[in-house]
Structure formats: structure tokens, C-alpha cells
Write a protein that binds this ligand. Sequence first.
Ligand code: HEC
Length: 112
Amino acid sequence: MKSKVSHQNFTLLVCFTVTLLTTALFSMGTAVAGNPFDGRPLYYKYCFDCHESSGSTYMLNAPDFKKREGLMVTDQQLLAIIKNGKGIMPGYQGILKDEQILDVITYIRNIF
Ligand code: HEC
């Protein structure tokens, strides 16, 4: 009888832990990762002129996204760079919302 109770407790503990981990992972995903399907039209409107549909460009200093250039940093770091601008790249603060920039970042990370 005693062992049955502890087995139930163990099962409950496992269920609780799984639920907790799933919730944590899910909320992490929604907090950080953008939606590439929303990012695509934004990329073509705001970034395509310089970064092109291939993600690599002849433009001076511009990174080649196909070689992961400029992308080996966290989403939060890229968000700050894109908001503030870099070199001749304009800043997008006030033009795009943070969520929209994260959508574009997710698009770039996945498409090239
Ligand atoms: C006017 C042209 C231009 C436009 C428009 C533009 N970029 Fe850039 N981008 C550049 C150039 C040039 C660089 C290289 C900057 C440097 O290192 O001097 C760059 C760099 C980057 C980098 C790498 C940053 C790093 O730290 O190396 C990312 C990521 C990026 N752009 C994303 C975007 C996104 C997303 C958009 C649209 C929202 C965009 N760019 C719009 C020209 C542009």
C-alpha cells in the first residue's frame, strides 16, 4: 500500500515537471522567436533594396547572410543593431516595432 502511494506521488511529480518545462519552453519561444511568414513581406519592403533576395550583395561592407555573416549574435543583439542602424544601414526604430524586427530576423535566419 505504501509503495502505491509513493508511486502516485512520483507520477504526479513527473506530470508537474513536464507541464512546467513545457510552459517554460513555450513562453520562451513566444517571447523571443519571431514569425518568418510576417517577416518576409517586411524584408522585401525594408531590407531587400540593400540585402537583395539572395541575402548577399555587392554593397560595400554589407554582410553575406548566406555565409551567416552578421548573424552570429543573439536576436536581442541583432534587434539593437537594426533599431540603431550600422554604417550606411539606417536605423528602424520608430519605423518597425520590436516584434516586426524580430519577425524579419527570424526570416533572415531561416531563409538564407
Ligand atoms: C541602405 C541599405 C540597407 C538597408 C535598407 C538595410 N541594410 Fe542591413 N546592412 C547594410 C550594410 C551596408 C550593412 C553593413 C554595416 C556595416 O557593418 O557597416 C548591413 C548590416 C546588416 C546586418 C549585420 C549587422 C552586423 O552587425 O554585421 C544585419 C543583420 C542587417 N543589416 C539586417 C537588415 C535588416 C533586417 C534590414 C531591414 C529591416 C536591413 N538590414 C536594411 C545595408 C542596409
